[in-house]
Design a protein around this ligand. Structure first.
Ligand SMILES: C[S@@+](CC[C@H](N)C(=O)[O-])C[C@H]1O[C@@H](n2cnc3c(N)ncnc32)[C@H](O)[C@@H]1O
Length: 272
């Protein structure tokens, strides 16, 4: 496998009014008990390390975390196996695991965004967008959607404010379910502090997919992966409505994606 440093990169140019961060951070404290609970999770460590000895951690039968990624020899890249598999949580191995960092094939998102991404002015979306300078294979990791981690109360306030002032909205809500029951909600806002993930626009027929990835913290990272092979110069987009599009809310803005199946409006996941 190529050295992770040859494939990944996180020194992208960004506008000055945004603090560039490498991974999600806690929102400023508002002193609420809701914030304290979020902070507790943020500061916790997942204690479910694998006990593999020098293996590749590829297989769920041998590694408690494995089975979600596969190494594509042709592209010399680790990729997410099948999108349907994400019904099972993606948990990467970490420094506390028994495996070796050099041979483990269950570490991807933790190495940061891929190289050859470019922020550009998208004429279709009449604002910034993100595109790739080179071909990206299906399942490849693009980047994290990193920003401030918000409480539900703070997210509702910011959404309302964005709506009232007609600002662009960067708040993303990801619900995780188990047996149809909602287990956890993760809300990320890269409007003030964020990474390159903040430039992906919404499409009703997207070429990227967003999934929850845990490394060593109970709060997942929001990982953006290629939903299909993506050609050089293609703009990267994902569906803002997330996992259950029947529950999408209408953000009140016309969608500019121009896909054949476009609903005509920009969605977001509802916050309950
Ligand atoms: C996460 S930001 C994406 C990056 C943004 N275009 C920029 O210039 O920074 C989300 C905002 O981009 C715009 N946007 C994204 N997808 C869109 C779409 N399909 N149709 C219309 N506007 C879109 C909306 O203003 C939305 O609030």
């Amino acid at each position: 496998m190529e050295n992770s440093e040859d494939v990944f990169n996180d020194d992208y140019e960004h506008p000055e009014n945004v603090e560039y961060i490498l991974e999600s951070v806690l929102m400023p404290s508002d002193g609420s008990s809701e914030f304290n609970l979020l902070a507790e999770d943020y500061n916790s460590i997942l204690l479910n390390q694998c006990r593999c000895n020098e293996t590749t951690c590829e297989n769920i039968e041998t590694c408690t975390h494995g089975g979600q990624y596969e190494f594509k020899p042709q592209q010399k890249e680790l990729t997410l196996k099948k999108l349907e598999n994400t019904a099972r949580p993606i948990i990467e191995c970490n420094d506390l695991c028994g495996c070796s960092k050099n041979s483990c094939l269950n570490r991807l998102v933790q190495y940061g965004p891929r190289r050859n991404l470019e922020i550009f002015h998208s004429t279709r979306y009449r604002s910034h967008g993100l595109r790739t300078k080179v071909h990206i294979p299906s399942g490849a990791f693009i980047c994290e959607y990193a920003g401030e981690l918000l409480t539900v109360t703070e997210a509702k306030k910011r959404l309302e404010n964005n709506h009232t002032l007609g600002l662009m909205n960067y708040v993303l809500v990801l619900n995780e379910y188990s047996n149809e029951k909602k287990q956890q909600v993760t809300i990320v806002d890269p409007s003030r502090r964020g990474n390159i993930g903040r430039y992906l626009n919404h499409s009703c027929n997207p070429n990227c997919y967003i999934g929850a990835v845990r490394i060593d913290c109970p709060i997942p990272k929001l990982g953006i992966f290629a939903a299909r092979d993506i050609e050089a110069q293609e703009e990267l987009c994902f569906h803002y409505g997330g996992e259950d599009q029947s529950k999408n809310i209408n953000e009140g803005k016309a969608c500019l994606c121009a896909a054949a199946n476009c609903t005509g409006f920009m969605p977001n996941t509802s916050i309950e």
